[in-house]
Design a binder for this molecule. Structure first.
Ligand SMILES: Nc1ncnc2c1ncn2[C@@H]1O[C@H](COP(=O)(O)OP(=O)(O)OP(=O)(O)O)[C@@H](O)[C@H]1O
Ligand SMILES: [Mg+2]
Length: 464
């Protein structure tokens, strides 16, 4: 079972300590509060997987805490502790949406069982939701737009290699449609009814990525309370997408190579080898040749991954696709938002045709969506767009970050990252910690931002 973020609320400090100690020993992160209002404050600041609360408390009782937490943080699972072990209170709590209850006095084991049960249930629901979501996307695939010669070549590769087992390496700048191509390959192949599983190799630390990919046996390391099935296994008979493959650490590279060569692996801490039939597709938006030359990426692994290369050129190099993409996204977002917008003025068309699109199709898509949502006119005009505008700054003096409606998640992320680094006095390790991402991911983000800045020819790097 994975490590969870847990909040305990109990007005008896000794009880709080007891529960905290039991759960920390089981490998979780635990915060403790001694009353409801303080607990709600924590829930607003941090996301908790699980809340464990006492029932009889002042000034706010457990049922009220439960109700509020369900509202503020619907993803948090609540477990009630009750010393007044009447069935009625427990039933009332379950009716209010508690996931489970434990009766005082309880042993650390009983508590741990309740927590594991809740987390396991959550994991299964997520897996189901994930698999269902993937199935729906299947029907979405015919949505690749663009008739430029470059895109025609891409469609051609997809048609030719979809059904083979050969590994495919999809390269191109961020936002050019690499993931879309990966899905197209899967859903056009004989594997289409089997899982399409994606792993973002840049988002996890080396150790986590290893157990995410290969799974682990119970007791493989501290915190490994249960066996976990890895992504390679989940993708059996299906397709595994290794997103941002250049970020796989040098310790992990030989292990991936082995799966590619021998089609088998062991779970972390296990010694039975597991055979898989998984098609591997990887993507990269970095200069892999440079990583090879620098020795950051193994050549043998690169050749294994790159049996079929597919390259997606940046949008500015296939400007003939811009008009079709504009129309496609306009139709899609007017429909989704129930708007009646007729089209773009010629000035907008010209602006789009000339712009550099450092964020490629994703940036174009976001721009159109934002304009559709914000505009009240029947035609979209240049002032409905703010192409390449810098990310807005926060109100001075406040810790809060304020951004206008219509800001994209990517802009927001960039803003938050830069702000946090500044707040940490330029200490990137600390900033990464605060942001909850790896230093490596942070470094890559910064590199992206400085490249963007150069693209726009502002002449100044954005890295503080
Ligand atoms: N040819 C296209 N037609 C329609 N939509 C596209 C096309 N190319 C990209 N998109 C859309 O643009 C967005 C970005 O595409 P995608 O996520 O595949 O990019 P990516 O290359 O994987 O980017 P990153 O490197 O940042 O992960 C998605 O919403 C995708 O649906
Ligand atoms: Mg991607």
């Amino acid at each position: 079972m994975s490590r969870a973020q847990i909040l305990v609320i109990d007005d008896e400090p000794l009880m709080g300590d007891y529960v905290q100690e039991a759960l920390v020993r089981a490998g979780h992160e635990v915060d403790v509060c001694t009353n409801g209002p303080a607990g709600l404050e924590c829930v607003r600041r941090t996301f908790y997987d699980v809340l464990i609360t006492d029932l009889r408390m002042e000034p706010m009782d457990g049922l009220e805490v439960l109700r509020r937490v369900r509202e503020e943080s619907p993803g948090t699972h609540c477990i009630i502790m009750t010393a007044y072990g009447t069935v009625e209170t427990a039933v009332a709590a379950l009716k209010e949406g508690a996931a489970d209850y434990v009766m005082k006095p309880f042993t650390p084991d009983e508590l741990e069982v309740a927590v594991s049960r809740v987390l396991e249930h959550e994991r299964l629901t997520q897996e189901n939701r994930y698999l269902r979501g993937e199935l729906n996307l299947h029907y979405d695939f015919e949505s690749m737009v663009g008739e430029s010669p470059a895109m025609a070549a891409v469609y051609d590769s997809i048609r030719r290699v979809a059904d083979s087992r050969a590994t495919v390496l999809i390269r191109g700048e961020s936002g050019t449609g690499k993931e879309l191509v990966a899905r197209a390959l899967h859903y056009r192949s004989v594997r289409r009814d089997k899982p399409f599983i994606k792993v973002n190799c840049a988002a996890l630390s080396a150790g986590l990525l290893e157990s995410e990919l290969f799974g682990h046996e119970k007791g493989a390391f501290t915190g490994a309370h249960d066996r976990k099935i890895g992504r390679f296994e989940l993708a059996h008979h299906g397709t595994l997408l290794l997103d941002e493959v250049s970020e796989i650490s040098s310790e992990l590279q030989p292990k991936i190579l082995r799966v590619l060569q021998e089609r088998e692996f062991e779970r972390v801490g296990g010694n039975t080898s597991i055979q898989v039939d998984t098609r591997i597709i990887s993507t990269s938006n970095r200069d892999l040749e440079q990583a090879l030359a620098d020795g950051h990426f193994r050549e043998d692994l690169f050749f294994r991954l790159n049996v079929i290369p597919i390259y997606l050129p940046p949008l500015r190099e296939r400007r003939e696709d811009i008009a079709a993409l504009m129309d496609y996204f306009l139709k899609r977002y007017t429909h989704e938002n129930g708007r009646d917008i007729q089209g773009f003025t010629p000035a907008v068309r010209q602006m789009f045709a000339e712009y550099q699109w450092p964020g490629n199709v994703r940036e174009l898509q976001n721009s159109v969506e934002r304009a559709v949502v914000l505009s009240r006119e029947r035609m979209l005009e240049p002032e409905h767009f703010s192409l390449g505008m810098p990310v807005p700054v926060e109100k001075p003096g406040s810790g809060a970050v304020s951004v206008p409606l219509g800001t994209t998640v990517a802009e927001m992320e960039k803003h938050l990252i830069l702000r946090t680094i500044k707040h940490c006095g330029g200490n990137r390790t600390r900033a990464a910690e605060v942001l909850g991402i790896s230093v490596r991911t942070l470094r890559n983000k910064l590199k992206e931002y400085s490249e963007e800045a150069l693209d726009k020819d502002t002449g100044q790097g954005v890295v503080p």
